[in-house]
Design a protein. Structure first.
Length: 543
């Protein structure tokens, strides 16, 4: 095993192995619904299911719960496959779908009808809900609860044959309408849906419900530990009832853990889909989205997400994790692996009035501590760009950048002094005229000068224009409400600037960089000459 058992699920599996309760391999499954893209919350479940199986020498199924054709698509299927693989997990030949078992699920349903444990109910959905009762009052028996077995079988087969319209009938389990657990009050097992399924086409027009489907699929696939989030805890008795009342020889235990909540975002696929459909974001892979596709496009690595999930851990207590923890994991992962580069986001022109040389080339490492990343060439000449915020005409106390009459070192270059400030008719600074000190070259400085600070820069003519997207948190509120989440959106969640970059980054095979003194950025996978900010160098975000 690759790591010690630490959480209650790993301890449970260790006990099952030690006591002989589990005699074979550990088998888990990740069962997403293909009705949207996966998000960071799903990553926790992915890491858990694949992680415990790997730890104990077992394996994991990637199984799609494709029982609702009206909301599912192959686009979502392919996106989920891509995301799980990108996170670094391998399911081998164990890619399955609930639809693979539609015939078996149907056959088990007929067995329940024959045994008098399921019946066709002709109440409307609203009538079924009204008759289910409350937490303090029992439900009412359906008037169709005591239909004869032969009639139920005949009607179920006619439902299967497409004779009835949507909502005309459902198949319900016959359990206990007075049960204190509302999930056991004759739950619906099958409903009619005349909708084309993304895998089975029009072969079926009745589809099984999730609580009926997933436990049977678990049993058919030999899952040893069915791991799910806490909202399914009250559904466990129904999971057990179904398996206890059909002819299967394995009964996987369902074990619940807390779902992942994250500040400044929402984890509901329904709400995320609204953001996409209402064009509040630019698709499921918008870098502001908490989707795995969005995080990938933003430049987050699989290692950072896996580290985040490890640090969050597995508990029985629902909690909301601070966004700063995810950002910390991203920085930790990128710090040693990302080349450094100089990119000026808000260019201010600098003219070196005494620079009489031909344009020259400076040499610098891609990373000060990672020699294996190599070195790059940096063009230098009389016309430069620096960050506008790195100059102050009237500097505040302890200002360690450029100001009139003061000196600063250009990163990997020379020391310069500001001699003159040029402004336009509106009083806006348009140019700084500076002197450079020829004997102050970085690495060979004999000037004896001691500038206050170091700033980054690019050569004006040799620099490359790039568009930089500065992403902030998608929501202003740490806990956006489902009812007001659109009002909670942060209008400053994306700012686009026209920047200037040193040319070496355009020729590099690397896609992720630390822009010196600015943050970590990733070359956009869809747009040319566009870089997305992955994360700032420190937690500086203010709501």
């Amino acid at each position: 095993m690759k790591e010690e058992s630490t959480d209650f699920i790993r301890q449970r599996i260790s006990e099952d192995l030690a006591t002989g309760k589990l005699k074979g391999e550990v088998v888990t499954r990740f069962p997403p619904e293909p009705n949207g893209y996966l998000h960071i919350g799903h990553a926790k479940s992915i890491c858990l299911n694949f992680g415990v199986a790997e730890q104990f020498g077992g394996f994991t199924y990637l199984r799609f719960d494709d029982t609702n054709p009206e909301k599912e698509s192959d686009e979502y299927v392919q996106a989920i496959i891509r995301d799980v693989a990108w996170l670094g997990f391998d399911w081998g030949d164990r890619l399955t779908h609930a639809s693979d078992y539609f015939q078996k699920l149907y056959d088990f349903a007929e067995d329940l009808i024959r045994d008098g444990k399921a019946y066709i109910c002709s109440l409307s959905g609203e009538e079924i809900r009204a008759g289910r009762g409350t937490l303090t009052e029992p439900g009412q028996d359906s008037p169709y609860r005591n239909r004869a077995v032969e009639e139920n079988l005949d009607m179920f087969r006619r439902m299967r044959a497409g004779e009835f319209s949507d909502g005309a009938h459902v198949l319900r389990a016959k359990i206990d309408m007075a049960s204190p657990n509302i999930n056991l009050r004759d739950p619906v097992l099958y409903r009619i849906r005349h909708a084309t399924h993304q895998r089975t086409g029009d072969t079926w027009c009745i589809y099984p419900m999730y609580d009926y489907t997933h436990c049977i699929c678990d049993a058919l696939e030999g899952i040893t530990h069915s791991l799910c989030t806490l909202e399914f805890e009250d559904h466990r008795p129904l999971y057990d009832w179904v398996l206890d009342n059909i002819n299967v020889n394995i009964h996987p235990p369902q074990i619940e853990f807390s779902r992942l909540g994250l500040e400044y975002t929402v984890m509901s696929k329904r709400l995320l889909q609204r953001l996409v459909e209402e064009n509040r974001v630019d698709g499921w892979d918008d870098p502001r989205m908490p989707t795995i596709a969005g995080l990938r496009r933003r430049g987050v690595t699989p290692g950072a997400i896996r580290d985040f999930c490890r640090r969050v851990g597995v508990t029985k207590q629902d909690n909301v994790v601070e966004m700063s923890l995810l950002e910390f994991c991203i920085r930790q992962d990128l710090e040693s692996a990302s080349p450094r580069a100089m990119v000026v986001l808000d260019p201010l022109k600098v003219t070196l009035t005494n620079y009489a040389e031909d344009n020259e080339t400076l040499e610098a490492p891609w990373h000060p501590q990672q020699d294996h990343l190599g070195r790059r060439s940096i063009p230098f000449g009389p016309n430069l760009f620096i960050e506008r915020e790195d100059f102050a005409e009237v500097p505040p106390k302890k200002f360690k950048r450029l100001s009139p009459g003061e000196m600063v070192r250009l990163r990997y270059g020379y020391i310069i002094r500001c001699d003159e400030v040029i402004k336009d008719f509106d009083g806006r600074i348009t140019e700084l005229r500076c002197s450079y000190f020829r004997d102050s070259k970085s690495g060979a400085d004999t000037s004896g000068l001691k500038p206050k600070g170091v700033i980054h820069w690019v050569a004006a003519e040799a620099s490359v224009p790039v568009r930089v997207r500065l992403y902030e948190r998608l929501f202003r509120e740490p806990a956006p409400s489902g009812s007001t989440f659109l009002q909670d959106l942060n209008p400053e969640s994306m700012r686009v600037v026209e920047a200037r970059a040193e040319p070496a980054i355009m020729d590099s095979v690397e896609t992720r960089f630390q822009f010196e003194r600015t943050g970590y950025f990733c070359r956009d996978s869809e747009l040319e000459n566009v870089f997305n900010r992955t994360v700032t160098l420190r937690d500086s975000w203010k709501p």
